[in-house]
Design a protein around this ligand. Structure first.
Ligand code: SF4
Length: 623
C-alpha cells in the first residue's frame, strides 16, 4: 500500500464508521495495536487523525503515519467507552497510549472482611472481593510495621486461614497476649469484630477515635488495678502514635480520602505525581513517568491525557472520595470522568479543580514532588543513555540498543527445562515483556542446549507482534553464542545483533590487564577476543542485570513448577529438614507460601520443631 493509498483507504473506511460512542483500535501494517481510544462520536473522532493538520502533536503525527487499519467497538454510553478503553489498554499495552508501569508494586493494607474473623495483610492488588483496602503506603515496610502494631494493639490474628482452621489449641501468639484466639472460640465473632472495627477506624484516619477507645480501656484497667493490661494498652497507644508521627497533617478537620495530582514535563517526557491524603493525613506519594508524552506541549490536549491517566490509574488503585487536579478539564469531561469513577468505585466520586487554601497546599505539594521525581528520573535516564552508548560503541552496533532481550536456559535436575526471556527497554526492566517458554521439543529428562536455544529463539521470532530487539544477549560462553548465531542464521535473522555473557576464568586464556578488569566477559559472533567493561560502568551494570534477571525469572518459575507438582524442591534444599519434618510442615501448611507466611512461633509449635529450626527454616525460605 502506498502512503497515499493507505490514507485514502482509511478515509473511505472511516466514512462508514458509526456516529455512536465507542472505542477504536488503531493497528499497524502487521496488525499490531498501536493505539486505543474512546469517543463520543466514533466517526468524527477517528477522522480527526486522518486530517494531517499542523495542530497535531509530534506523537500524534507519528501515530497517524503508522495506522493501516482501524477497528471499533460500539458502546451503550461514553461511560462504558471509558471503562472498556482502560481494560483494552491494560490488555494490549499499545505503544502510543499512556502506559503506566505495573502498579502491583503499590502496597496496600487489605482487611479480609468476608472472613468470620478478619485479619490484615499486605496486598499489592486491589480487587473487588469484599475486602477493604487502605493506602497506598509509602513502602512494604510501612505496611508491615502498621499491621504489626495494629495486630498487637487490637489483638488481631496474624495466622493464615489454613493454619487457623487446623488449630486444636491456641498458638504462641495467644500465649504472649497478642491474639484473642478465635481459632478455638476463646472469643466470639461479635467481640472480635468490635476490636477489629477499632483498627479499621485507625486505618480510615479516625485515629483520635481509635486512640480514645484504647485510652478508655486503659483507664478502666488501671481503675480495676489490672496494671499489666493497662501497661500493654499504654504501649499500644504509643505504638499508634509512632505510626501517626510519620504522616504529616494537612487538615485534621477533613474526614474524606483525597488524591492530589501534580505534573511536569518537557520534550524528554512527563511525570505525573499522585499524593495520597487520608482524612487530612498525607500517607505518601507516587511518581508516574511517561516517556513519550510532553504534557507542557500546547498541542497535547490536557483533557485527553489527563482523563486517560485518571481512567487507567484508577482502574487498578483505590479511588478516593475526591481527586484534586491543578487544571480545569471543562464541565463535560469532569462530569463524565466523575460518572466513570463513581461507577467503578460504587460510591460518588468528586473531581475538583478549586483554589481553596488546603487544596492549593496539596496541589503545590504534588507539583513539587513531580518536579523532584522528574529531575531524578531524567538523571537516571541520562545515566542509562550513557550506558547504552557504551554498549553500542563496544559491541559495534548500528544503533542504540534501546530494547535488549536476554535468554537463559535453565533446568532443575535435568528436568523441566525452561527458557526465560527478559527485556530491558532504555536500560531498565520492562516486566510486561518478560516471557517463559517451557521446552516442548526435548525428550523427558534430556538436557540439550542446542535444541533448547533453537526452540526458544524460533518461538520468540514467531511473535512478530512483539517489538524487535536491538540486541539479543545469551547467557553463556562461545559455545552458546555459536548455537544462537546458527539458529538466527537458519531463521534468516542474522541482522539482529547478538552477544553472550560469561564469567571469566581467573587464570589461563585471559590475563591481560583489560580482561582482568572484571569478572564478566562478553563475546560477539566472529570476534575472537572477549569484550570487557569497567566493573562499575553503567553499561556493565545494565548487561549483568539483564543476565541476573533472566536467571531469577527462570528460577522463580521452577520453584512454582515444583511446588505445583508437589516436589516441594525448596524444602529439599534446606539443611536440617529431613523427610519427616518436611512431611509435617506440608501437613500443617499445605504450601511453601503458607510456610513462608507463618511466624517462628507457629512453626516452632509443630512436633519435632523448635525455635532454632523454625528461624533457620524461615531465613532459608526468605533467601
Ligand atoms: S492460631 Fe494463633 S494467631 Fe491464629 S487465631 Fe489462633 S491464637 Fe490467634
Amino acid at each position: 500500500m502506498t502512503k497515499l493509498g493507505r490514507l485514502e483507504n482509511l478515509k473511505i473506511l472511516v466514512k462508514e464508521f458509526p456516529t455512536e460512542p465507542g472505542v477504536y483500535l488503531m493497528k499497524s501494517q502487521i496488525e499490531k495495536i498501536l493505539y486505543v481510544g474512546k469517543a463520543k462520536n466514533l466517526r468524527n473522532r477517528v477522522r480527526s487523525y486522518l486530517l494531517e493538520s499542523d495542530g497535531m502533536s509530534p506523537k500524534t503525527k507519528l501515530l497517524a503515519s503508522q495506522i493501516y487499519q482501524i477497528e471499533y467497538i460500539i458502546t451503550k454510553s461514553e461511560v462504558e467507552a471509558f471503562l472498556l478503553e482502560a481494560s483494552l489498554i491494560k490488555k494490549h499495552r499499545p505503544k502510543y497510549n499512556i502506559r503506566l508501569k505495573d502498579d502491583r508494586s503499590y502496597p496496600y493494607i487489605r482487611a479480609s472482611m468476608s472472613d468470620t474473623f478478619p485479619r490484615l495483610y499486605l496486598s499489592r492488588k486491589v480487587e473487588k472481593n469484599g475486602s477493604l483496602y487502605f493506602g497506598p503506603f509509602a513502602s512494604g515496610f510501612a505496611v508491615f510495621e502498621t499491621i504489626r502494631i495494629l495486630n498487637h494493639v487490637f489483638q488481631i490474628r496474624d495466622c493464615s486461614d489454613h493454619f487457623m482452621k487446623s488449630r486444636k489449641r491456641p498458638c504462641m501468639t495467644h500465649q504472649i497476649g497478642r491474639c484473642t484466639a478465635p481459632c478455638v472460640s476463646y472469643i466470639d465473632e461479635e467481640t472480635y469484630r468490635e476490636s477489629f472495627k477499632a483498627a479499621l477506624l485507625f486505618l480510615r484516619g479516625r485515629d483520635k477515635t481509635a486512640i480514645q477507645v484504647l485510652t478508655e480501656k486503659m483507664t478502666a484497667a488501671a481503675r480495676e488495678e489490672r496494671f499489666e493490661v493497662a501497661a500493654k494498652l499504654r504501649d499500644g497507644i504509643e505504638g499508634l502514635r509512632s505510626v501517626l508521627q510519620k504522616q504529616s497533617v494537612i487538615n485534621d478537620r477533613v474526614t474524606i480520602d483525597q488524591d492530589a495530582i501534580g505534573f511536569v514535563g518537557d520534550e524528554r517526557g512527563s511525570l505525573i505525581e499522585t499524593v495520597h491524603v487520608r482524612s487530612g493525613r498525607v500517607m505518601g506519594s507516587r511518581p508516574h513517568f511517561i516517556g513519550h508524552l510532553n504534557v507542557m506541549d500546547p498541542k497535547e490536549d490536557v483533557r485527553d491525557w489527563m482523563s486517560s491517566f485518571l481512567n487507567q490509574y484508577y482502574s487498578e488503585n483505590v479511588i478516593p472520595d475526591e481527586i484534586l487536579i491543578p487544571i480545569s478539564l471543562g464541565d463535560d469531561i469532569t462530569k463524565l470522568l466523575q460518572a466513570v469513577l463513581s461507577e467503578r468505585a460504587e460510591k460518588p466520586i468528586r473531581i475538583k479543580f478549586s483554589a481553596d487554601s488546603t487544596s492549593v497546599k496539596l496541589l503545590q505539594m504534588a507539583e513539587q514532588n513531580a518536579k523532584d521525581h522528574f529531575r531524578i528520573q531524567i538523571e537516571k535516564s541520562d545515566l542509562k543513555g550513557k550506558g547504552l552508548e557504551e554498549i553500542k560503541r563496544k559491541f559495534d552496533l548500528d544503533k542504540l540498543p534501546i530494547r535488549i532481550e536476554c535468554f537463559d536456559i535453565s533446568h532443575f535436575q535435568g528436568q523441566e527445562t525452561v527458557a526465560s526471556q527478559v527485556v530491558f527497554e532504555e536500560g531498565v526492566p520492562s516486566k510486561e515483556n518478560y516471557r517463559l517458554y517451557k521446552m516442548r521439543t526435548l525428550d523427558e529428562g534430556a538436557v540439550d542446549d542446542y535444541k533448547s536455544m533453537k526452540e526458544v529463539l524460533e518461538r520468540r521470532m514467531k511473535h512478530t507482534e512483539y517489538d524487535e530487539p536491538d540486541l539479543i544477549l545469551i547467557d553463556g560462553g562461545k559455545g552458546q553464542l555459536k548455537i544462537a548465531s546458527e539458529v538466527l542464521k537458519e531463521l534468516g535473522r542474522s541482522d539482529i545483533p547478538l552477544a553472550s555473557i560469561a564469567k571469566a576464568r581467573t587464570t589461563g586464556e585471559f590475563q591481560d590487564a583489560e580482561v582482568s578488569a572484571t569478572e564478566e566477559r562478553f563475546f560477539l559472533p566472529g570476534r575472537l577476543k572477549p569484550i570487557v567493561f569497567a566493573p562499575y560502568s553503567e553499561a556493565f551494570r545494565i548487561l549483568v542485570s539483564l543476565r541476573d534477571e533472566a536467571h531469577r525469572f527462570a528460577i522463580s518459575f521452577h520453584r512454582k513448577l515444583r511446588e505445583a507438582s508437589g516436589l516441594e524442591g525448596v524444602l529439599d534444599t534446606i539443611s536440617g529438614l529431613g523427610q519427616v519434618r518436611r512431611k509435617k510442615l506440608m501437613e500443617e501448611f499445605e504450601t511453601v507460601d503458607a510456610i513462608r507466611a507463618a511466624t517462628v512461633d507457629q512453626i516452632a509449635e509443630i512436633k519435632g520443631f523448635n525455635k532454632t529450626i523454625a528461624e533457620h527454616l524461615l531465613e532459608e525460605l526468605k533467601k
